[in-house]
Ligand binder design. Structure first.
Ligand code: ASP
Length: 300
């Protein structure tokens, strides 16, 4: 994330933390807490979720989200939705009110609308900052220099240009000892229409199981998907490793196995948690009954 966005990120994750904590404090569920925390970040234009998300190649916002309950393993996901301000709310409705787990595109929007969620115009989700970001990215792509054989050196890897990732996620543990996770994103800048990332796929960008851990990831989605990274990390915890170690191991695995980059937050049922990333920065905030902290830079 650029220097001038650091403060906004800190503020944003702290606001989300407060919203989630309020739910837990009054005895609410971890599931409700992660939903409320993610809604705050979807509503905050700072992040790549909800309004203010990165634009796809056609200049449209296309959103993915998943929410999962560690107590029951129920989950709800939406992919490629274009008319929902808060995709996590629709995902929650799927979790709570549908025998299915995943809806995409118009079907997801229809499902949401039938359950009282108001649809918006795609333009309502687009902000000028992102129009400009897409324009300058696409013009950089168009002006790329070719090598002496005439080959474009850009092979389609987001690593090749400076790309930030701004997906949002939350994990929580409630008084009843249940954990939950939620992740929401606008995906990657200039993605092809219809491209689905890791964020809303169970076990990739989000996972929760009381018997292992709740996890949410961010970063370049294709490598994360290939490793089913959130589940991979939860499995390490189920095998007896601490979340702090497992989160760091997940980042090492991501880098070494598929040259991926990103970040992860992970929480186990006994209240241990891990925060790790292999990018220069990631915004995070946590609160326990004993302690609260937030930060942004953990240089690796
Ligand atoms: N993981 C997301 C995706 O690939 C992007 C991100 O984390 O910012 O869709």
């Amino acid at each position: 994330m650029p220097d001038d966005m650091v403060e906004a990120h800190i503020r944003g994750v702290n606001n989300a933390l407060s919203a989630g904590w309020r739910v837990l404090e009054r005895g609410g569920s971890a599931l409700d807490a992660v939903e409320e925390a993610v809604v705050i970040m979807e509503d905050d234009e700072t992040f790549d979720a909800g309004r203010g998300s990165f634009l796809n190649r056609d200049g449209r916002v296309q959103l993915d989200a998943l929410i999962m309950d560690g107590a029951t393993l129920r989950a709800g996901g939406v992919g490629c939705v274009e008319h929902l301000r808060n995709p996590v709310r629709a995902a929650r409705k799927i979790l709570s009110e549908s025998p299915h787990v995943y809806f995409v595109a118009e079907g997801a929007e229809k499902f949401a609308a039938e359950r009282g969620i108001v649809l918006c115009k795609n333009e309502d989700l687009v902000i000028p900052r992102e129009v400009e970001r897409l324009r300058s990215y696409q013009s950089e792509l168009a002006n790329r220099t070719l090598d002496h054989d005439g080959n474009d050196l850009f092979a389609g890897s987001p690593d090749d240009l400076t790309i930030s990732h701004d997906t949002v996620g939350a994990v929580a543990l409630d008084r009843n000892g249940n954990i939950a996770a939620a992740t929401s994103t606008g995906g990657t800048l200039n993605k092809a229409p219809g491209r689905l990332g890791d964020s809303s796929l169970i076990g990739c960008g989000c996972y929760a199981d009381n018997e292992s851990a709740a996890a949410s990831t961010t970063g370049w989605g294709e490598p994360i998907m290939k490793l089913v990274l959130a589940k991979w990390t939860a499995d390490r915890i189920a095998a007896g490793n601490l979340p702090e170690w497992s989160a760091q191991e997940a980042m090492n695995y991501l880098k070494q196995r598929v040259n991926g980059h990103g970040g992860i937050i992970v929480l186990s049922r006994d209240g241990h948690f891990g925060i790790a990333h292999n990018t220069p920065r990631m915004a995070w905030a946590y609160k326990t009954v004993k302690k609260q902290d937030a930060g942004i830079i953990r240089e690796n």
